[in-house]
Design a protein around this ligand. Structure first.
Ligand code: COA
Ligand code: ZN
Length: 301
């Protein structure tokens, strides 16, 4: 079949989206947005970061955001960390799946987490040891291009993936942090990892920023190559404060609209999602970067 029957979408707006907004967002609004998104049927969501509050003050209330939820199945809630301290904070407040971030490029890793890639890998090894029951998803930033180093070679991607697999990571998300990927590149990278890691039980996903408007095209190519896990952000929020020029993710509503019209299931209620997008716009005053809204969702106006 050319396309999967079902997509598994991880919503990253409350993490990747909120981290990119400087003006303080009240914890109650963060709690509300997460609740509404789960209610809309989002199967999985990055709901908070457990990083240094000095690095990104906006994300300093991770524990409170988690405490504000009544999540029955904690496997649906993911927290981001970049060191052991963050993993401990996440574990102690009930998070059971961690996004651990390492960049494919050394320069971005240094900018983002003030560590070399090897130091981050050591941190990952310590987390594995300290929290053996924690599920860990590696988010491989700058896998399709780096704001400092430019092109990122396959060897650099595989260098980090090899080590992560050696430390027992079974889920890996390739991130186009600065939205520089083009469809032929996505095809090449997806084919390469599927070939190199054939036979390994890894769940692969993609996280595509829409900086240059190519996230949907890149998603289509990835789906055609067999991927069905994607990370997107409601209202097209998103961006990395440590990657100059990075802007929003593919909007969840755009992917859900496209998928449903292609006969692909997502389990997400599109109309509820559009209401959440409007709610975010009203509450935070930020621009909604999705193309699908209450007007465009209908074929005939
Ligand atoms: N949670 C809370 N506080 C933390 C922390 C965490 N996970 N990690 C470090 N800190 C605190 C330390 O306790 C220390 O506090 P102090 O100055 O009061 O003693 C301070 O932060 C500096 O700690 P240090 O270990 O020296 O960190 P650093 O300055 O080398 O920065 C990181 C490294 C990883 C902590 C920081 O770069 C970071 O949090 N980056 C995250 C970036 C991010 O989220 N990017 C977007 C997602 S991809
Ligand atoms: Zn991102």
């Amino acid at each position: 079949m050319e396309y999967p029957e079902k997509l598994v979408i991880t919503e990253v707006g409350p993490r990747d989206g909120f981290q990119s907004l400087k003006k303080w967002i009240d914890t109650s609004i963060k709690v509300d947005v997460v609740r509404k998104l789960f209610h809309a049927g989002v199967p999985r969501m990055e709901i908070a970061s457990f990083i240094s509050p000095k690095a990104i003050p906006q994300m300093s209330d991770g524990e409170e955001v988690v405490a504000g939820q009544k999540i029955q199945d904690m496997d649906r809630a993911v927290g981001l960390a970049a060191n052991v301290k963050g993993a401990r904070r996440a574990w102690e407040c009930g998070i059971r799946t961690l996004t651990f971030v390492i960049s494919a490029s050394e320069a971005h890793n240094l900018s983002n987490v003030k560590k070399t890639r090897d130091q981050s890998i050591q941190e990952l090894a310590q987390i594995r040891e300290a929290f053996p029951e924690m599920g860990i998803k590696l988010s491989l930033a700058t896998a399709f291009g780096c704001p400092f180093e430019g092109e990122v070679k396959d060897q650099e991607i595989c260098y980090v993936i090899d080590k992560a697999i050696a430390y027992g990571v079974t889920e890996i998300c390739l991130c186009d942090t600065i939205g520089s990927a083009v469809p032929s590149q996505v095809r090449h990278v997806v084919d390469t990892i599927q070939e190199v890691y054939e036979g390994k039980a890894i769940l692969w996903s993609l996280h595509l920023h829409n900086t240059r408007g190519l996230a949907a095209a890149n998603t289509i190519v990835a789906m055609q190559r067999g991927l069905r896990r994607f990370e997107t952000a409601v209202a097209g929020l998103g961006g990395c404060p440590f990657a100059p020029g990075a802007s929003g993710n593919m909007a969840t509503e755009d992917l859900v609209y496209m998928a449903h019209r292609m006969g692909i299931e997502t389990g997400i209620n599109l109309m509820e999602l559009l209401e959440i997008s409007e709610y975010i716009h009203e509450q935070l005053g930020c621009r909604v970067d999705g193309r699908i809204n209450m007007k465009t969702v209908h074929l005939v106006q």
